[in-house]
Unconditional design. Structure first.
Lengths: 147, 509
């Protein structure tokens, strides 16, 4: 069975990417995994208090991502499927989105990576390019960018 | 006639306003003298008075450097790989990367010790003191390696994933494991108590030198004169800013500061480079002065040994190797092997003392500002500032910004270390915590108000007391340290420890 990985965030664009992947998963009986990456860098300059609070902070961020992004998304997928059966799993990780998605794609031996063209863009991504752009350049597997 | 009376009036006003400064100085000075006379107990040796505590640190650094087979230098390349996360598997314990732990620790050590402390060392010990500072930085790398390895080995990982670590834990639990529980408990408690006071001292020193630089650059005008007469007001401003973070909980100020510090450090480095390049012709002479001064110093009290003592003392104050405050920050790191953080931590004295301090030293020696007639009174930061000024007239303003920022970040991180010592002794007592924090802020004001002499005496005394207890513990733990580090090095070289493949590195989590 083939498998597809979808990079998601809170944006409309990522919903369209999920819908695109979901349609094809339903028709072709693919496995589907939605991945949400919490932006985090190992190259930070944190204050000691934040380092100390990091384990709890990290746990809180994961829980928040689960309840605010992944749970509503899975709910929405269920309603979109209207009874059809697609094997959908989810994963949440910390890191730089483009790098982590590429790593998950590689480690999980996925066949296809799907991302939305525009995500939760902010000034930083506007200046340095977006996750989808970087993935097109560097992804180890075939990548579809959904407009 | 009119002018005379005017002058008289302004003198009166000045006397009134310096009242607070004078009062603070009157009580603080003798107290600092008393403490220093105990900590810096000297014995006559090599034709001079040698403070035992400095000899203690020299011996410790040299001993561990040899005992750990010079891994401080041999392991530097590996340390850089560790910092890049190449050896950190995703499932390792802890949530802070090697880079983050190192940058947090460096932020709290890079401070006025690097700017003012070096200048003080050269004024007292001649250019040769810079050479001895470098040697101290070199052996300090191993001391730091040893203490941070222990901090990770004996850290406590709580159920919620949070981590407590530092000298109090390795002294207590590490010595208990060697059947020395009694001594361990005593050393841990003594260390924690001294950390509370050392934090106050470092705090006062930073505040003092930041104020000095601010007064220097504000000139002789009305504002400058007012600031010079009311140093306590500058101290109070700093105390309020610090209070906003440590009492008011406005952490965002601290976060912004900690991101700015590395950039200011680079800016400072470039500033020194400009001074040095501006005197390119003098460089060979300056280096010759530093090296010959180290072995045949002229006009230095105590000769070679005097120069060495000053160099080691100021280097230790700058990089805090053997003191034990940095291991608290390093203990948070994500790793399964304590030795890894030891290697990473050894980079700290390298950056702090061997690179940054030497830049200051070269700038001060090459411009000759350490030889002025008034260098004894003006204090370290002014001497460095003059070196900057001799090349680009407006550089002291840049330096002032850097100094304020370094001072502020060090004041903040030392409050954290002080609170750790406090928490170990007294547990979570909110009222007592706030009392300590208020005392801490009071010392920010005292530091600004009184002269450099008593402040540096007090700061040094408290700081070196920490080293006394910490290093006793390190000697007890020497075998454990060696096993941990040398065994890790062996496994690294026979292939038992390998680089983690990119997909399995910690960034995945």
């Amino acid at each position: 069975m083939e498998s597809v990985l979808v990079g998601v965030d809170r944006s409309e664009g990522s919903r369209r990417a999920v819908r695109f992947a979901l349609e094809r998963s339903r028709v072709n009986s693919w496995r589907m995994t939605v991945a949400y990456v919490i932006n985090w860098s190992q190259y930070g300059f944190p204050i000691p208090e934040d380092n100390e609070a990091r384990p709890l902070q990290r746990k809180a961020e994961l829980e928040q991502a689960q309840t605010e992004v992944i749970d509503p998304l899975l709910e929405w997928i269920k309603s979109e499927l209207r009874g059809d059966d697609v094997d959908v799993t989810s994963v949440i990780q910390h890191g730089r989105p483009s790098e982590v998605l590429a790593d998950i794609a590689q480690a999980g031996r996925f066949d296809l990576l799907v991302v939305g063209r525009t995500g939760d863009s902010n000034l930083r991504t506007a200046i340095f390019g977006t996750t989808s752009y970087r993935l097109v350049q560097h992804s180890p597997i075939a990548t579809v960018v959904v407009p | 006639m009119t002018t005379t009376s005017l002058n008289h009036a302004s003198v009166l006003a000045a006397e009134e306003t310096t009242g607070i400064d004078a009062t603070l100085e009157k009580y603080f000075g003798p107290f600092a003298d008393w403490l220093a006379s105990i900590v810096f107990y000297t014995v006559p040796a090599f034709g001079t008075d040698v403070p035992l505590i400095v000899g203690w640190l020299v011996v410790c650094g040299v001993f561990f450097t040899i005992y750990l087979k010079f891994l401080n230098v041999r392991g530097m390349k590996h340390a850089l790989h560790l910092v890049q996360g190449k050896y950190t598997p995703a499932d390792a314990i802890g949530e802070v990367s090697h880079f983050q732990a190192l940058s947090t620790a460096i932020s709290s050590t890079v401070g006025l010790g690097n700017i003012a402390g070096v200048a003080v060392a050269i004024t007292l010990g001649g250019p040769g003191a810079a050479f001895w500072m470098t040697v101290a930085g070199f052996v300090g790398m191993t001391t730091k390696m040893a203490e941070c390895t222990m901090a990770v080995k004996y850290r406590h990982v709580h159920e919620d994933g949070s981590i407590s670590g530092g000298p109090m834990y390795y002294l207590r639990d590490g010595l208990a494991a060697l059947n020395r529980a009694g001594i361990g408990k005593f050393l841990a408690a003594a260390w924690a108590l001294c950390m509370m006071f050392a934090a106050l001292g470092t705090n006062a020193f930073q505040s003092n030198q930041a104020t000095q630089q601010l007064v220097d650059v504000s000139g002789d005008g009305a504002i400058g004169t007012w600031m010079a007469d009311n140093r306590w007001a500058i101290g109070l401003t700093m105390a309020l800013l610090t209070g906003a973070v440590i009492l008011g909980g406005i952490k965002s100020i601290a976060r912004v500061t900690s991101v700015m510090v590395p950039f200011m450090a680079i800016l400072y480095f470039l500033g020194c480079l400009t001074v040095i390049l501006g005197n390119l012709g003098g460089i060979p002479g300056a280096i010759a002065d530093i090296i010959t001064g180290a072995f045949t110093p002229e006009g230095v009290a105590g000769g070679v040994v005097g120069s060495l003592i000053v160099g080691f003392q100021r280097a230790t104050f700058s990089n805090s190797a053997g003191v034990g405050d940095a291991p608290i920050a390093h203990s948070q790191v994500r790793t399964n092997r304590p030795a890894t953080e030891g290697f990473v931590a050894s980079l700290e004295p390298f950056v702090d003392t061997i690179i940054i301090c030497n830049m200051t030293a070269l700038a001060v020696v090459v411009t000759g500002t350490w030889q002025g007639s008034d260098v004894g009174e003006v204090g370290g930061v002014t001497i460095t500032s003059r070196a900057f000024e001799s090349v680009v007239s407006w550089f002291p303003y840049v330096l002032a910004v850097a100094v304020l920022l370094f001072a502020y970040s060090t004041i903040l991180s030392n409050s954290f270390y002080g609170m750790k010592g406090f928490g170990y002794l007294f547990g979570d007592n909110r009222t007592a915590e706030n009392v300590y924090k208020l005392v801490y802020l009071f010392f920010t004001v005292i530091g600004a108000a009184v002269a450099l002499g008593p402040v540096i005496l007090f700061a040094d005394s408290a700081f070196f007391l920490l080293a006394l207890f910490n290093v006793v513990g390190l000697y007890f733990l020497a075998k454990v340290i060696r096993r941990e580090i040398v065994e890790y090095w062996r496994q690294l070289h026979n292939g038992e420890i390998q680089e983690v493949s990119p997909e399995e590195r910690a960034k995945l989590r």
